[in-house]
Design a protein around this ligand. Structure first.
Ligand SMILES: O=C(O)C(=O)C[C@]1(C(=O)O)C=C[C@@H](O)C=C1
Length: 311
């Protein structure tokens, strides 16, 4: 998610560095949906998308897109978020404050206390907010110090989020295997022997997929890896969720997160997003997944990936 100076850019750069993908090019998209779909449509090899924040919780649109699209989670990155109040003008002049909805929500108390009269407006990203604030003195943005530098803004106040400790977890996606196979054959068909040429505008960047071996996780121990799944029960019955969680508990599989999301079919009907330690290919986990398959309507495995380790 762009433009330059967003937290997503920071996460993407960190992931590139961690995986030594030297020479990787960063492409910027207007919002979470566009960045997500870029990978599904073959416009990028990987997408880096925010999924949860320690103050504000889940990013709903990301959860919905994970359900609706064929994308695989192959990594995660946690970024410390230190929001600043940025503006060209002085604090007394501020009439409108812009940010991504997550940014505004993470600073709700600060904004209400210090700028009760200001109009709050959402933008596609915090950096987009900073870019706009660069144009009008009566506007301010909640964004990173890097965004201030990018768009020539003053940092009026630092660390304005409602809790000092503020972290966002980003996931790294690539197209699911079926999608990737289609995209690779598409590239191969459009490539002559030694000249790289791509006839479709969708493949303008002319990229090739990074070899998978470069991004395979270290699977030396179960806790070094995480797996994310989506479960749909369809029929609400007593103990259904308990049985699913029981299958994990019985095998001593450690759950790291469980989240519900409305199915959008009717009120009170949910999908459950579950993260746990270990890889889906591990026999212990395979067994637990087999056991729960009989008790539920849908199981979607989103991917197994190395758990984030603090540098
Ligand atoms: O707007 C940005 O800079 C983003 O990268 C998006 C995003 C988010 O959606 O959570 C990322 C981190 C912060 O929590 C605020 C906004």
């Amino acid at each position: 998610m762009g433009p330059e100076g967003s937290y997503s850019e920071k996460a993407a750069k960190l992931w590139v560095q961690k995986n030594m993908l030297d020479g990787a090019e960063i492409h910027y998209f207007a919002d979470i949906e566009d960045a997500f779909l870029a990978v599904v449509q073959g416009k990028s090899d990987f997408s880096v998308i925010p999924i949860e924040n320690s103050i504000e919780g889940s990013v709903g649109v990301t959860l919905d897109l994970l359900l609706e699209n064929g994308a695989e989670i192959i990594g995660e990155i946690v970024v410390k978020i230190e929001h600043c109040l940025l503006s060209k003008g002085e604090p007394e002049k501020i009439r409108v404050i812009l940010s991504h909805p997550q940014g505004l929500a993470q600073c709700r108390h600060f904004l209400k206390t210090n700028f009760p009269e200001a109009e709050l407006r959402s933008t596609g990203s915090t950096s987009h907010a900073a870019r706009l604030a660069g144009e009008f003195e009566e506007m301010a943005a909640i964004a990173s110090p890097e965004a201030a530098e990018c768009y020539g803004l003053k940092v009026l106040l630092s660390n304005v989020q409602d809790r000092k400790e503020n972290y966002t977890r980003f996931i790294v996606l690539r197209a699911s295997e079926t999608n990737r196979v289609q995209q690779v054959s598409f590239i191969a068909e459009n490539k002559s022997d030694n000249v790289k040429s791509y006839s479709s505008s969708e493949q303008e960047s002319g990229h090739e997929f990074y070899p998978e071996s470069k991004i395979e996780p270290d699977n030396s121990s179960l806790s070094a890896c995480k797996t994310s799944i989506i479960v749909y029960l369809e029929k609400d019955r007593p103990g259904a969720l308990y049985e699913i969680l029981g299958a994990f508990a019985k095998s001593r599989i450690n759950l790291t997160r469980i989240e519900s999301r409305p199915s959008k079919k009717e009120l009170g009907d949910y999908y459950f997003y579950i993260d746990f330690e270990g890889r889906a290919s591990d026999p212990l986990i395979k067994n637990a997944l087999k056991e729960i398959k009989n008790k539920i309507h849908t199981l979607k495995i989103l991917g197994s990936y190395p758990a984030f380790k603090k540098p």
